[in-house]
Design a protein around this ligand. Structure first.
Ligand SMILES: CC(C)(COP(=O)(O)OP(=O)(O)OC[C@H]1O[C@@H](n2cnc3c(N)ncnc32)[C@H](O)[C@@H]1OP(=O)(O)O)[C@@H](O)C(=O)NCCC(=O)NCCS
Length: 190
């Protein structure tokens, strides 16, 4: 960090020094505390009350589809992806979230890189449908659309304008409809 005098306030202010471009890699077991700290900072304890949390309880994020951004050995970004079941049919369907970037590292394209890494990894494993609950303004440029009304239901109330999906690879949302739940036999998080 660089200290410079703040002539107006007559006290030092702290500016971030240039941050080396972070590297992205799949989340590893030892990243969990840093990831949870990032998510806590971004969403606070209120996140446990959200419908999305019902898809994470009793579930385990998919290691090869969940990424961290690392700069100077610090985890500064996270994006987790979880297996889900939609309706009666088990398909390649996934739930994305949370995604969070450390406040000091935002607006540098790291969030976009994290989502891009998820899409590339899902494409490499044959594609699938990704569902999320999030801000349309941020996710629409990444290919997400609001789910047509009534097609999917979350395990709790959500703003239907924030329930979004996209396909990756040569798959379709035809027939993808119903209640979203944790797949039977999902391994609970340790
Ligand atoms: C959303 C988040 C992950 C984006 O990470 P990031 O690394 O800053 O993302 P990028 O650099 O790729 O994109 C930044 C752009 O997205 C915009 N943006 C950030 N959050 C946004 C939001 N909720 N809605 C719309 N636009 C948003 C920024 O203003 C910026 O726009 P600009 O490039 O025109 O200045 C990050 O802001 C964050 O961690 N937010 C708190 C957690 C959160 O809300 N996550 C879920 C989002 S629904």
């Amino acid at each position: 960090m660089l200290q410079i005098p703040d002539t107006l306030a007559a006290r030092p202010v702290t500016l971030p020094t240039a941050m080396p471009a972070p590297s992205l890699r799949p989340e590893a077991a030892q990243d969990a505390p840093a990831v949870l700290a990032l998510v806590d900072g971004a969403f606070g304890p209120g996140r446990f009350a959200k419908a999305a949390e019902r898809l994470r309880e009793g579930n385990r994020f998919q290691p090869d589809l969940s990424f961290v951004a690392v700069s100077e050995d610090a985890v500064i970004g996270t994006c987790r992806v979880w297996p889900i079941r939609i309706g009666a049919v088990r398909r390649d369907t996934w739930f994305l979230g949370p995604i969070a970037v450390a406040p000091r590292a935002r607006r540098l394209g790291i969030g976009a890189r994290l989502v891009g890494a998820v899409h590339a990894a899902l494409s490499a494993r044959g594609g699938g449908v990704i569902v999320l609950v999030g801000d349309r303004a941020w996710f629409a440029p990444h290919g997400y659309e609001v789910v047509p009304h009534g097609r999917l239901s979350m395990p709790g109330p959500v703003d239907p304008g924030r329930l979004m999906w996209r396909v990756v690879g040569d798959v379709s949302t035809d027939g993808v409809t119903g209640a979203i739940s944790v797949p039977h036999g999902a391994r609970p998080a340790p």
